[in-house]
Ligand binder design. Structure first.
Ligand code: GTP
Ligand code: MG
Length: 413
């Protein structure tokens, strides 16, 4: 048999046979097909920037993507934290990137910062939920779905040189199971080199002490393992952002100019900006996307489905689970309806009692008024009688006087 001549059969542990091809078949183009398909669809990447108002978030985004996103500064007197997302299409060579930048507007500005993390967590969950809804649809459109799940959170730490604020720790703790956190020390040009090293060590020890999981660059792919390994030791990156360009030698470079000198954004002796860009965009963007899908979204999905009554250990079919949930829902509704009915009956009885009391009061008042009226009527009747008696008496006296006068007149005549 011709085929057996070319097939060198090797039995491997799971009974799969390893065959040798006698000529070119063409499926070695699969990786290229994959690349072409991905390139034609474009890529989504979503960054969430969390940090105090004015800490340099927008400048950093502009500097990272070498563009101007036209962001407007926020005011410091917002009553709460709001999340604002803007999506941009960026093209580099033939690669299209649909980039969404989400800003935590008003973060850290309120006197009571207790719930500052909540709108951020809600936003991240809402994006997971939207994706889950799409996945659960009968007619799924995942290939054309605009994925808004947050792939990374750049957490901007104020360059105090001391330690993390309680707000930073609480927020990062709330976010760490939902998003890949990359902490950065903002405006690193305002802190000295020795202070910076101590500050970095302090931040890392505080994060560890509080059990905050930040994103570590992956070391399982050997092509990037060394770089990622060494970059992990530089976390958190101390970054400087700028929209201004300065001529250094014969090159225009992004920099911040001070009376005493110039801080070059892309100079690795001045700050870690290049490290951040390298790690975030050039080396680990795909890993950030994958970690979001396979770890953070997976966790969200699991909890959500369990909440909905699904379980892997459950032997029931989907329709049985649905029917059970439906029954539970109906029972709950029935219970609520009964409770509402009972409350309604109690309220009606209360109202009835109140009305009866009011009616009694009205009757009493009516009786009282009736009695008062009768008394007054009697009084008037008595006075009228008295007056009539007086009139009668008067008339009698008048008649007697007139009779007397006429007798006297007759006598005179
Ligand atoms: P809001 O969006 O209003 O919360 O502010 P933001 O966090 O986006 O800050 P933005 O980028 O608007 O920067 C605020 C100010 O800080 C501007 O005057 C920037 O020039 C300045 N700034 C930004 N990055 C740096 C930096 O790395 N170092 C220093 N020293 N200043 C910076
Ligand atoms: Mg801004």
């Amino acid at each position: 048999m011709a085929a057996t001549e070319v097939e060198r059969v090797v039995e491997i542990s799971n009974n799969m046979r390893n065959l040798t091809l006698s000529g070119h078949v063409g499926f070695d183009s699969l990786p290229d097909q994959l690349v072409n398909k991905s390139v034609s669809q474009g890529f989504c990447f979503n960054i969430l920037c969390v940090g105090e108002t004015g800490i340099g978030k927008s400048t950093m985004m502009d500097t990272l993507f070498n563009t101007n996103f036209d962001s407007t500064p926020s005011s410091h007197d917002l009553p709460g934290v709001k999340l604002k997302a803007h999506t941009y299409e960026l093209r580099e060579k033939n690669v299209l990137l649909k980039l969404t930048v989400v800003d935590s507007v008003g973060f850290g500005d309120q006197i009571n910062k207790e719930d500052s993390w909540k709108p951020i967590v809600d936003y991240i969950d809402a994006q997971f939920d939207a994706f889950l809804q799409e996945e659960l649809k009968i007619k799924r459109m995942l290939h054309s779905y605009h994925d808004s799940r947050v792939h990374t959170c750049l957490y901007f730490i104020a360059p105090t040189g001391h330690s993390l604020k309680a707000l930073d720790l609480v927020t990062m703790k709330k976010l760490d199971s939902k998003v890949n956190i990359i902490p950065v020390i903002a405006k690193a040009d305002t802190i000295t080199k020795s202070e910076l090293n101590k500050f970095k060590a302090k931040i890392m020890s505080e994060l560890m002490a509080n059990g905050v999981q930040i994103y570590h660059f992956p070391v399982d792919d050997e092509t990037v393992a060394d770089t990622n390994n060494s970059m992990n030791t530089h976390l958190p990156f101390a970054v400087v952002g700028s929209n201004d360009e300065v001529k250094i030698g014969n090159k225009m470079v992004k920099a911040r100019q001070y009376p005493w000198g110039t801080v070059q954004v892309e100079n690795e002796n001045h700050c870690d900006f290049v490290k951040l860009r390298e790690m975030l965009i050039r080396t680990n963007m795909e890993d950030l996307r994958e970690t979001t899908h396979f770890r953070h979204y997976e966790l969200y999905r699991r909890h959500k489905l369990e909440e909905m009554g699904f379980s892997d250990s459950d032997t029931r079919s989907l329709s049985e689970t649905y029917e059970q949930k439906r029954q539970e829902h109906i029972t709950n509704l029935q219970k609520k309806e009964d409770e509402m009915r009972q409350t309604f009956v109690i309220r009606v009885k209360e109202k009835e009692g109140e009305l009866k009391d009011a009616e009694k009061e009205l009757h009493a008042r009516f009786d009282q008024l009736k009695k008062q009226h009768a008394d007054e009527k009697k009084k008037i009747e008595d006075s009228r009688k008295r007056l009539e008696d007086e009139i009668n008496l008067f008339n009698q006296r008048k008649a007697a006087t007139e009779a007397q006068h006429s007798t006297m007149g007759k006598k005179k005549k």
